[in-house]
Each structure stands twice: as C-alpha cells, then as structure tokens.
Design a protein around this ligand. Structure first.
Ligand SMILES: *[C@@H]1O[C@H](CO)[C@@H](O)[C@H](O)[C@H]1NC(C)=O
Ligand SMILES: *[C@@H]1O[C@H](CO)[C@@H](O)[C@H](O)[C@H]1NC(C)=O
Ligand SMILES: *[C@@H]1O[C@H](CO)[C@@H](O)[C@H](O)[C@H]1NC(C)=O
Ligand SMILES: *[C@@H]1O[C@H](CO)[C@@H](O)[C@H](O)[C@H]1NC(C)=O
Ligand SMILES: *[C@@H]1O[C@H](CO)[C@@H](O)[C@H](O)[C@H]1NC(C)=O
Ligand SMILES: *[C@@H]1O[C@H](CO)[C@@H](O)[C@H](O)[C@H]1NC(C)=O
Ligand SMILES: *[C@@H]1O[C@H](CO)[C@@H](O)[C@H](O)[C@H]1NC(C)=O
Ligand SMILES: *[C@@H]1O[C@H](CO)[C@@H](O)[C@H](O)[C@H]1NC(C)=O
Ligand SMILES: *[C@@H]1O[C@H](CO)[C@@H](O)[C@H](O)[C@H]1NC(C)=O
Ligand SMILES: CC(=O)N[C@H]1CO[C@H](CO)[C@@H](O)[C@@H]1O
Length: 871
C-alpha cells in the first residue's frame, strides 16, 4: 500500500466544513440563555432514556444483540456508537467495528433520492415529485429501488426518507427532499418508502427530527447558535411529528436528529424529544444518529438518548477530536454515563443490524464517496493515509430507470389547459425556449452536489443529491419525437425568432434551492434571493414568448411553490405543467405527457398562492446576524392550505389541484363503520415488555487501553485512552435538572411502534366510484379530507388530508371503486392536558370530504348520516 498526502484535500475540506459549537456546549445546560431571550420556550427534561427491546416485533433481533453485546468489551461497544471521523472511510460516515462478532464498520450514506457521490447508481426523482404522484405503489417501488442500490454498494444505512422539513416555509431550501406540505401525505409516502427500502435489508433513516424548516442559521457553530424552532405541543403532534410517528410504526431502523434547536435545546441532545417523545411515546426501537457535525455535547447527548455520533468529530472536524469515541469511554469509566445507557445504545444499533438481516451476506462497501477513481486514499481525512483500490464500480441500476420514468411522468401536474392545447402532435410546429430544456453546458454532473442551476433542473442541491448516470433532457426527448421542433436553449428570448401562425411555443423555466453549505446565485440553500419566482428571469421569458406566439405551453421544474401571476392569465398562455424534480428521465417523462402517450395525473403537493404575502408572516425566512434566531411557530396548525382556507384567501392553485386530458366523475360514495369509537380516548396501552439486561458494573479500564502494536491512523477516531487506569470514578457531575435513572412508566399515548396501536384501528372506511367521463385514458386521484367537529373543544383546520388513492389507467367510460380507510388517529386531536389523542365519540359530527383537490370536493359523508354528492 502506498501512502499519499491528503493535506491539500484537508485544507479544502476544512473550509467547506462548518466549524460547530463552542466548549460551553459540553455543559449539560440544555437551555443556554447567554445569546438572547428565548421567547419563553424551553424544553422540559425527560430522563432516563427508555431502553429498547420491549416490543415483540423486535424481540428476536434484541435477543441476538443481547448475546453479542453481553460479550463485548468497552472498546467494542464505544466503537459502534461513534463515527471514525469525517472522510475516514468510503462512506459519508461509518462507525468503528466489532469484528470479533462479525460486525463491520457500519456504513451510512446519503441520500434520499439515490446513492450520493458515486457512479453506477440511479438518480431517482426527488421526494416532492414522489408526493405529487399520489401513487402508493410508485412510492414503494422507489423505496425498493433505493434500498436495492444501497445494498448493492454495501451501504448499511441509507439516509432517507426526509419528512422534515415538512414544508412550513415555502422558501425553505430542502422542502423538495420531502414529499409535500401535509403531514398525512408525508406520512404515507414515508411509510411506503421505508417499507420498500427495508424489504431489501437496507436500514432506512427518517430525518431530520425535528423542526428543521429553514436552512440559514441551522447549525450551532463557533460564531453563531442554530435557530430555535419554538413549537407548541399540539402543533408538534398534529403536524411535524405525525410523519415521524408513521415512520416508526413502519418499523424504520434509524432516526436522524436535526441541526436546529427545538425550544432552545439542540435536537441532538433534547431529552424531551429523544427520550420522551421518540423513544417513549412513539416506542422507537432502532437507533438515533446525529446529523453530520450536529453533535454538540458528549455526556449531555448520551443522557438525552442519542445512540450514534456522525461522522464522529467534535467541535472542530478533521483533527481527531470527538465528543464520544475515547471521551465516551472516559465518561463510562468515570461513572458519569451509566453503563446501562451505553449498553442500550449498542444494543439498539446491533439489534437493528440483525433485524434487517445484515449479519447474513451483506456486502461491504464497494465504492468510495470521496473519489470516482479506482484507487485513492482509504482515509482522505487523515494526514497520511494508506492508499489502495477504493472503487469497484458495481453497477446497481438494475431496471430502475423504468421506475424513475413512471414517477416523473405520473407526478407531472397539469395546472391549466385551454382549448385542449395539450397534448401536442408530433408534427405540430414547435419553438422550444429556455435553458431548462437542455443539458448543463458545463457537462453532466459538473457542479459539485448539483450546486448550480444549469440546464434542466432534475433535483435541488446539497447532500440529498446523487450523480446522474445519464440524462435525457427535454430537448433530447422532444427532438426525438417531434418532426418540427426548433430549439432556443437560452433564457434570453431571441430577437430574431421567426413566428408562424400555427407555432406552439414551449417555454421551460425553473426554480431551484438546496442545502445551506452551498450558495447558488445568492441563495444560501433557502430561496433568499430568488424568492418564489422563476430563476433567470424566467417570467420575462414566458412573457416574451406570450407576446409573440398565440399558443404558449409552460413547463416548470421546481423545488416547491412558485408564483405564476405575472403571466398565467395572459390569453396566449394556454397550458402550464409543473414537472417537479424528475431525475435522470426528465425528458422522457415530459414528452410522455406533452405528446399525449399518457394523461397527466400528478397533483400539487402544496398550494400556489397569488402572492407571497398571502402566507402567514411567521413562515418567512428568519435572520439575525448576531445572535440566535428565535423562530416561533405562531401560525400553529395553519400552514399552506390550512391557512389559506382559514383566512378565506383564494389561491392561484389549491393543494391537490391537477388536471388531466380526460375528466372524471366521483359517484356512489359510501361509508361503513369498522371499529367503533366508543370512547374519546383509545383504550389503555399495554405495559412495556422486558428489555435486555446486562451487568451494570463499570468494565476494567484495560478494555480501552491501546492494543499492542496497533497501526494507528492519524486523526482517526478510536475508543482508546492513553492512560485509562488513571480515570477514576467518584467525581461529581453537574447532571441536568430533572436527571434520574429511575425508569418512567410508559406514557399513555404510547404502547407500540408509533404510539398506542389502537390509534390505527380503522374507524371508518369510505368507498367511491371513479369513472372516466372523457375520451382519453387517464388516472384519477381521490383525496380524502376530514373536517372535525367543534365538539372537540379546540380550533381545528376546516379540511385536513388524511388519505388518498389513485386509480389504474381508466379507459373512457371505465370505472374503478376506491376504498380509503380512516383510523382513529386520523380523526383525533392531540389533547395537551391529558397527553393523549382525542377523537369525537362515535365520530359524531365528523365530515369526510372526497375530492380532486382541497377545494374541488365531489362527495361528503357525515358520520351517522348519509353520503352525498357535493355541488
Ligand atoms: C416546547 O414549548 C411549548 C410551549 O411551552 C410546549 O408546549 C412544548 O411541549 C415544548 N416542546 C418540547 C419538545 O420541548
Ligand atoms: C457470549 O458469552 C456466553 C458466555 O459467556 C456464551 O455462552 C455465548 O455463546 C457468547 N455469545 C457470543 C455471540 O459470543
Ligand atoms: C474499533 O474499530 C476500528 C476500526 O474502525 C478497529 O480498527 C478496531 O480494531 C476496533 N476495536 C475493537 C476493539 O474491535
Ligand atoms: C409489528 O407487529 C405487528 C403485530 O404482529 C404487525 O402488525 C406489524 O406489521 C409489525 N410491524 C413491523 C414493522 O414488522
Ligand atoms: C467524565 O468524563 C466525561 C468525558 O470526558 C466528562 O465530560 C465528565 O465531566 C467526567 N465526569 C467527571 C465526574 O469528571
Ligand atoms: C432502462 O434501461 C434498460 C437498459 O439498462 C433499457 O433496455 C430500457 O429501455 C430502459 N428503460 C427505460 C424506460 O428507459
Ligand atoms: C427516441 O425514440 C425512439 C423511438 O420511439 C426510442 O426507441 C428511443 O429510446 C428514443 N430516444 C430518446 C433519447 O428518447
Ligand atoms: C397552419 O395550419 C393550417 C391548417 O392545418 C395550414 O393550412 C397552414 O398552411 C398552416 N400554416 C403554416 C404557416 O404552417
Ligand atoms: C371566512 O369566511 C367565512 C364564511 O364566509 C367567515 O365566517 C369568516 O369570518 C371568514 N374569515 C376571515 C378570516 O375572513
Ligand atoms: C468486496 C465487496 O464488498 N464486494 C461486494 C461488491 O458488491 C457485490 C455485488 O453487490 C457483492 O457481491 C460483493 O460482496
């Protein structure tokens, strides 16, 4: 093995890396008040961490883990909890190993739409696109594809799906990684994705827990404090926690904490969130990992319920320092972190590894996320690293291109189509405008982590990206089908373009955003500079085309809501399609729709308002250059359509809107009662089952002494101490207020993964018949919204999406009956006093609406009454 200096790399990387946190954060004070006022929000203590393993679904995995962990040394245990350091292995993060038990360095890798920074992978459509399909089968299929590719590359934990951000802030940089601005849409899509991913043996990771709704000022660093998302208990439960609960119920193996604070306590060491809500109330049995460099304190995070530090580094990355690794060894030897807590961390990690069968023939990493070369440094973050083969170029794409195309196509949302301008015919004379129709002029994947807006927009930027293995641009695909297309791949309208009577102008525009560590055209992740407008003066391009041509079709690739009012009412703007973020099959998906091979069947996973000021002011981006941003969720439950409906604000297009080339009729609505809601609250939960027990004695210090003749890599993170025998117990530690090691009885809202299982009792099921009443084949989505009665005693949004189903392709005249099940939880509000979910007894007063958007309602069922067709 050759050695190669990677010092230059490090200089670059250190600049890229954000230097987090000050030493003050090592103190257990979870509510530092020295920056500025906390607006009265603080997070109550919740100790100790509930041990994992008390549910039957996980008992076999926990038994296996128990027999292994009970034989582990302190060094082996600590190894599995801590990353080996930033750029210290092939994956974006990996733990140390416990090879005596066959447990390798556990590889964690981005991201939610494909395997990042490698080749031979698929670039799937982004989450927002998947949400827009409203297609549960495609959601699952994408999960299977992602999981299969992760497994093929030797990735143990794939870092997705994303349900936080939920999409509270339309300008929020990462809303496109998640599935849309509604908790049930997020929850259903996450559940399908997780089940698909984990069916392949890959461990899914639901993130970011929680309140990570803005990119700017998200991190605690040496110069600033991460913002605090101040969220009241009911809003947390009914909006932001809802998809996490469903993910836990789906059996997700791991959860990633968010960078920001909630109620002025950093998410990676917020005991109420991790110990209380995630592990006790939601009964989460897997392990909790930090976001990268989101670890800000050693003992404090261990006590608050964190199980794994990634990538392992401490306040200043890449210098071989950690809050855990050798420091965790020390804090166990000195008696500050109870052995029981460390045993639980490791048991959770090892049990999850067994649960998904990763002990049996699971591949080791075959790739390097650090380079595309075959050979390179094994540990690029080391000052000097052994050098060797790092990429085996395993092609894991399989036939996933078909899934990509199906999702990208079925997400395309037709907002407007006057005079049946669409679909086009292959011989229609077309003039195609916009850089968004073409390739990146600098070359495929030429922008690191997609940090630029050049050519067709296939995904946003940041860690949630994957390299495109190839790209079918709209230009490629239109050029291949149309016998009469002329391309002007530029965002400037050409002055000399020839206009003929029969021409259709097809104008491609986009709006991008991404993660905070890259700023693109003045947008530091969030759409700070661009606002909610099209990029590159896209509105002007549309207006110029609309002035010259009598038929204009606009195609929009966008990360989220985009304002259309500057031009959408112009007479010549005949048709508008939102194609979301399609991934590698962008062009094929759009021509499948433009030329009518398929009718569009996507629906908006957010509302599009007339103007940005229609949103509640509290969802604007927040900045405070010196000091800590307090971001208080004063709008409560009223985000996106919930807000617009409450305030009687007419939107340009409402949540769920999406036209087809055909029309549908919803008829014969019917409702049947399944499990009666005899009581407002669910029946009492079962007590927790037993969890693995271990000796609680502090192990011999020699277990973390450096092994003899150990080939130590500089800056690599190890569990070992130079002089472990010198660590003594008996010192006093300033434990946080409320700290205890006496286990709490489980909270009444808990009882199984996701919460009290009775919350998922099906209370009612609703059937509707959907008929294709037009003259082209197409697919319809039935969206089910609940309206809860005032008898619950709390103000509740007038409509809340709770279910949806999509038909198969229906031929003209053909019908399909769709069944949607409504659970007790779907009809409940979070009772902040009782700390449980409260439903209207017997469903009294509940109305269930079925429609094609939140305002295009076609049928209504009243519980105890009849179902009828709406006007
Ligand atoms: C945050 O503070 C609000 C207001 O006091 C409270 O309702 C909520 O339960 C707190 N949540 C957490 C996780 O601390
Ligand atoms: C762990 O040790 C016990 C006895 O100490 C032994 O019976 C068991 O087989 C060991 N398990 C493993 C996985 O090594
Ligand atoms: C801890 O993990 C490292 C690899 O990350 C390995 O070199 C070392 O041997 C492991 N220690 C033990 C005790 O297994
Ligand atoms: C857990 O067990 C319950 C009851 O056996 C089952 O319905 C559920 O699907 C299981 N969940 C997972 C994730 O395996
Ligand atoms: C034990 O070690 C940890 C990690 O270094 C340290 O934070 C803590 O203060 C120590 N406890 C005592 C009582 O010295
Ligand atoms: C997907 O790729 C395969 C080859 O890997 C090709 O045969 C097939 O046509 C592609 N499918 C689509 C829908 O592009
Ligand atoms: C071009 O069209 C042909 C025939 O429809 C098809 O087989 C081929 O895959 C298309 N190529 C692209 C790049 O769309
Ligand atoms: C426009 O279409 C009509 C009818 O299809 C045709 O007669 C006419 O020649 C076309 N005009 C141009 C400029 O192509
Ligand atoms: C919205 O309209 C309803 C019904 O017309 C009315 O009762 C309500 O006061 C209006 N709300 C607002 C905020 O204007
Ligand atoms: C060394 C190694 O981990 N090889 C794996 C690479 O990927 C193939 C295909 O998934 C596996 O079979 C190998 O075990």
């Amino acid at each position: 093995m050759a050695f190669r200096s990677t010092f230059l790399n490090i200089l670059v990387l250190t600049q890229l890396a954000i230097l987090p946190t000050s030493a003050a954060d090592q103190s257990p004070d979870l509510n530092p008040r020295f920056w500025n006022e906390d607006e009265g929000f603080s997070s109550p203590p919740y100790y100790p961490t509930p041990n994992g393993g008390w549910l039957p679904n996980w008992s076999e995995a926990y038994e296996k883990a128990h027999s292994v962990v009970s034989n582990m040394t302190l060094a082996e245990k600590v190894n599995l909890t801590t990353g080996t350091g930033f750029f210290m292995g092939p994956c974006v993060g990996q733990t140390g190993s416990a090879l005596r038990f066959g447990i390798p360095n556990i590889c964690l890798m981005d991201g939610p739409l494909g395997i990042r920074n490698t080749e031979g992978n698929t670039a799937f459509p982004a989450g927002i696109t998947v949400g827009a399909t409203f297609d549960k089968d495609l959601m699952y299929e994408r999960g299977v594809g992602l999981g299969g590719e992760a497994r093929g590359k030797g990735v143990n934990v794939l870092l997705g799906p994303v349900v936080g951000p939920l999409g509270r802030k339309p300008r929020g940089g990462r809303i496109w990684e998640a599935f849309g601005v509604d908790p049930s849409l997020q929850a259903i899509a996450a559940e399908r994705t997780i089940k698909g991913m984990q069916s392949t043996g890959t461990i899914a990771n639901i993130k970011h827990f929680i309140g990570n709704e803005q990119e700017m000022h998200r991190m605690t660093t040496v110069v600033t404090k991460g913002y605090s998302s101040n969220i009241d208990d009911r809003t947390l439960h009914e909006l932001y926690l809802w998809p996490f609960a469903e993910a836990v119920r789906a059996g997700v193996g791991s959860v990633m904490t968010a960078y920001n604070d909630v109620n002025n306590s950093v998410c990676s060491q917020n005991s109420m969130l991790i110990n209380g809500i995630l592990k006790d109330e939601l009964g989460f049995q897997g392990f909790v990992v930090t976001d990268w460099l989101g670890h800000v304190g050693g003992v404090s995070s261990a006590l608050a319920g964190l199980d794994m530090s990634m990538p392992g580094d401490g306040a200043v990355p890449l210098f071989g320092n950690s809050y855990w690794a050798y420091e965790l060894s020390r804090s166990v030897l000195n008696g500050t972190v109870p052995m029981e807590r460390l045993n639980d961390m490791v048991t959770r990690i090892v049990a999850t590894w067994y649960k998904f069968g990763q002990d049996k023939d699971y591949p080791l990493p075959n790739f390097s996320s650090n380079t595309l070369d075959e050979k390179g440094p094994l540990y690029p973050g080391a000052l000097f690293s052994p050098y060797g083969v790092v990429n085996k170029f395993v092609n894991v794409q399989d036939n996933h291109n078909a899934t990509v195309r199906a999702i990208a196509r079925d997400a395309i949302t037709l907002l407007k189509n006057e005079d049946n301008t669409l679909p086009l015919k292959p011989d229609d004379p077309l003039k195609v405008f916009g850089e968004d129709a073409g390739p990146n002029p600098d070359g495929l994947n030429s922008c690191k982590d997609m940090g630029c807006d050049k050519g067709v927009l296939t995904m946003g930027w940041g860690s949630g990206t994957a390299r495109l293995p190839y790209l079918i641009t709209p230009q490629d695909a239109i050029g291949n089908i149309s016998s009469n297309a002329e391309f002007h791949i530029s965002d400037d309208f050409p002055s000399d373009v020839e206009v003929n009577d029969n021409d259709t102008a097809v104008v491609f525009i986009n709006a991008d955003s991404g993660e905070n560590y890259i700023t693109v055209e003045g947008n530091p992740g969030d759409r700070k500079e661009a606002g909610l407008k099209a990029w590159h003066e896209g509105d002007d391009l549309v207006k110029a085309a609309a002035e010259k041509f009598s038929k204009v079709v606009v195609v929009i690739h966008t990360v989220g809501p985009i304002l259309l009012d500057e031009w959408i009412d112009q007479k010549s703007v005949k048709a508008v399609l939102v194609a979301h973020l399609p991934g590698q099959e962008a062009g094929n998906a759009v021509t499948d729709i433009l030329f009518g091979d398929y009718s569009p069947s996507g629906h908006l996973p957010y509302a599009i308002p007339h103007k940005e000021s229609d949103y509640p002011e509290s969802v604007n981006l927040k900045e405070q250059p010196l000091g800590k941003v307090q971001d208080t969720f004063t709008e409560g439950l009223y985000i996106d359509y919930r807000h617009f409906i409450k305030e009687n604000i007419t939107t340009r297009y409402q949540f769920g809107h999406g036209l087809s080339y055909t029309t549908f009729k919803i008829s014969e609505p019917s409702l049947s009662e399944e499990t009666p809601l005899n009581d407002a609250y669910p029946p009492p939960r079962k007590p927790k089952g037993p969890t693995p027990t271990y000796a609680s004695t502090i192990p011999p210090a020699s277990e973390v002494a450096w092994p003899e003749h150990f080939n130590r890599i500089w800056r690599y993170l190890y569990p070992y101490l130079d002089n472990p025998e010198a660590v003594t117990t008996g010192g006093s530690y300033p434990y946080p207020t409320g700290y205890t090691t006496d286990p709490k009885p489980g909270p009444r809202a808990g009882g199984a993964e996701g919460g009290n299982p009775a919350l998922w009792d099906v209370a009612f099921s609703v059937k509707v018949k959907v008929t294709n009443t037009g003259n082209r084949p197409g697919r319809a989505v039935a969206q089910l919204y609940v309206e809860l009665p005032s008898s619950l005693g709390v103000d509740t949004p007038a409509r809340q999406l709770r279910q949806f189903e999509k038909t198969k392709i229906l031929d003209p005249g053909e019908s399909e009956t769709l069944t949607m099940k409504i659970t007790r939880k779907d009809l409940s509000v979070w009772d902040v006093v009782v700390q449980d979910w409260k439903a209207p007894v017997k469903g009294e007063g509940v109305k269930i609406w079925i429609g094609e958007s939140v305002v295009d309602l076609r049928a209504v069922c009243e519980i105890g009454g009849k179902c009828s067709l709406a006007e």
